[in-house]
Design a protein around this ligand. Structure first.
Ligand SMILES: [Zn+2]
Ligand SMILES: [Zn+2]
Length: 245
C-alpha cells in the first residue's frame, strides 16, 4: 500500500491567510499525525479524516503552533467514542501534557498514553517504522523519519539547517522541511532557502512548509533556490495538499 501524506497546516504562529499552523497526516496501514497546531482539527475534517481512527500524534516540539490543537483533538476523539490517544514527543512532553490537562480537570476521562523520544530512538507502529533525530531550535525539538513498505518520508519540524536532520533524511523519497523565511533574511532557529540547499543531499523530492507571512509572494523563488542547490524537485507546500508516495 502506498503512503498518503496530507499537509494539514503549512503556517506558523502568526496568522497567515490560507496557512493553518503546523500539522501533517500520514496514512498507510494506520493513520499518524505529525504536529497538531491550531487549526489542525478543522483541517482534519476538511481532509475527510476519521478523527477516531487516528492512531497516534508525534510532536516535533512543544511550541504552541505545533501542539495547541492536541487537547481539542483528544477531546474530539473522546466525544466521538474513542477515548484513547497515543502521543509521542521530545523530552518534556509528559510534564507538558500533565500540566495542560490539569487546567481542564474534566478531561481526565481521556486515556492518553505518552512516550517521550530522544534522538536515535525508534518506534514501530501500524506498519510504520519511525525514528527521530535532534533538530536545532530554541527548545528541544525532533525531526522524524517515517518508513513504510519501502517508502520513506522525512519531516524536519522546526530547525535551523542541521547536519543531523540532513543525515536523518538521507535517501528519503520525500523531505518535508521547514523554510520559514525567504532570502535575504538572516535568522537563527529556523531555515532559509540557501542554507537549506547547502545542507540537504540525497533526497528524492522536497516540500517546503512552516512559512511566515514574510514568505508570501516569494514562494516561487524560495522553491527555485532550494531546487538549484539540491538538484531535486522542490515545491512550497499548501494546506490540504495531498502527496502520494
Ligand atoms: Zn518552534
Ligand atoms: Zn513552528
Amino acid at each position: 500500500m502506498a503512503v498518503k501524506v496530507t499537509l494539514l497546516g503549512t503556517g506558523v504562529g502568526i496568522p497567515h491567510s490560507g496557512r493553518s499552523q503546523s500539522s501533517l497526516m500520514m496514512e498507510g496501514q494506520g493513520t499518524l499525525l505529525f504536529d497538531c497546531g491550531a487549526g489542525s482539527l478543522l483541517r482534519l475534517s476538511q481532509a475527510g479524516a476519521m478523527v477516531p481512527q487516528l492512531d497516534a500524534v508525534f510532536l516535533t516540539h512543544l511550541h504552541l503552533d505545533h501542539s495547541s490543537d492536541l487537547l481539542p483533538l483528544a477531546n474530539a476523539k473522546y466525544l466521538m467514542g474513542e477515548g484513547e490517544i497515543r502521543v509521542f514527543g521530545p523530552e518534556g512532553t509528559e510534564l507538558f501534557l500533565q500540566r495542560s490537562l490539569a487546567a481542564y480537570p474534566y478531561l481526565n476521562r481521556m486515556a492518553m498514553e505518552i512516550q517521550e523520544l530522544a534522538p536515535g530512538d525508534g518506534v514501530d507502529l501500524k506498519g510504520f517504522s519511525i525514528s527521530c533525530a535532534g533538530a536545532i531550535h530554541s527548545v528541544t525539538a525532533l525531526g522524524y523519519r517515517i518508513e513504510s513498505q519501502g517508502n520513506t518520508v522525512a519531516y524536519s519540524g522546526d530547525t535551523e539547517p542541521s547536519g543531523e536532520i540532513a543525515e536523518m533524511a538521507s535517501g528519503a523519497d520525500l523531505l518535508i522541511h521547514e523554510c520559514s523565511f525567504p532570502e535575504p533574511y538572516q535568522i537563527t532557529n529556523h531555515t532559509t532557502p540557501v542554507r537549506l540547499a547547502e545542507t540537504i543531499q540525497d533526497v528524492g523530492r522536497i516540500v517546503l512548509t512552516h512559512l511566515y507571512p514574510q514568505a508570501a509572494g516569494h514562494e516561487g523563488e524560495m522553491a527555485r533556490t532550494v531546487a538549484m542547490g539540491t538538484k531535486v524537485p522542490v515545491e512550497v507546500g499548501r494546506d490540504l495538499q495531498i502527496i502520494d508516495i
